[in-house]
Write a protein that binds this ligand. Sequence first.
Ligand code: ZN
Length: 162
Amino acid sequence: MSSKITANKVVTLSYTLRDDEGEVIDQSSDGSPLLYLHGARNIVPGLEEQLDGVAEGESIKATVSPEKGYGPRIGEAQEVPRNLFPADAELAAGMQVVAHDDQGRQIPFFITGITEDTITVDPNHPLAGETLHFEVTVESLRDASDEEIEHGHPHGPGGHPH
Ligand code: ZN
């Protein structure tokens, strides 16, 4: 008998992610598969839904719409003065930063470009607006510990690094 993915299982996946053109955008490397806690929103909702009930050792193809992936594109990238950021902030393209508006609400955005005087910020995740095509193999499954369920992420090798 094989176990199946249900809430509160720690799942080890190997995966390849392609865009609509079939280009590989991301994949797990040999020896470092992806570990996540099922039901805790560690991965995009559309993939998590389609993995529900999949058995250990099984492989699936999952197509995920932007709405159930990294969201539709919202707004445009803009250049802002470098001095809006702390002088000692270590900034790099691809980095996610969280700003706060005057109501104290969190506004996450991504840095997409850096010059001496300006930073280009984009409110969109790099994969926003993309339909995601996953090929996923369930490498292993185990029950999560109470502590992992409480934290909402897996521990141990490949788990949350705290
Ligand atoms: Zn933890």
